[in-house]
Write a protein that binds this ligand. Structure first.
Ligand code: MN
Length: 137
């Protein structure tokens, strides 16, 4: 079935994400920049169907609040966790993981990212088609 689109969007779409760090089309709206209220940022991220982050880590963790669609969170070496509206993901520091949309649905989450002096994210390689296709089995 075709994706219903982002009809329940809470926040407007932001800027297109970099192909250096994301596969497919995703949009990032930086709602609260770091230092405005603390040592973290708050962003709304919209993934089109099949879009996802590269593998990455956060030096001081991250929280995802899922607001729309269907997607996944996967830690390296573990089964992917399926996500829908209302799910909360607490990502520990330095754990290799990715997040993104299911193949047949858009996916939207708010990301609360803690910063250190080394930034909020360390990017790794793209999720391979083989890794992503494994989700269907
Ligand atoms: Mn993350």
């Amino acid at each position: 079935m075709a994706a219903p689109g982002n009809t329940n969007a809470i926040f407007p779409k932001g800027e297109k994400t970099s192909p250096d760090y994301f596969t497919g089309t995703a949009w990032l709206n930086l709602l609260v920049p770091k230092d405005e209220t603390g040592n973290y940022s708050v962003s709304d991220i919209v993934f089109e169907p099949g879009a996802k982050t590269n593998w990455h880590t956060h030096p001081a963790g991250q929280i995802l609040l899922v607001t729309d669609g269907k997607g996944y969170y996967q830690e390296r070496g573990k089964p992917a966790r399926s996500l829908t509206k209302g799910d909360v993901v607490v990502i520990p520091s330095l754990i290799e993981h990715w997040h993104g949309a299911a193949r047949d649905s858009s996916f939207t989450h708010i990301a609360i990212s803690n910063f250190t002096e080394k930034g909020a994210v360390d990017w790794l390689e793209a999720v391979t088609d083989e890794e992503y296709n494994r989700l269907d089995r």
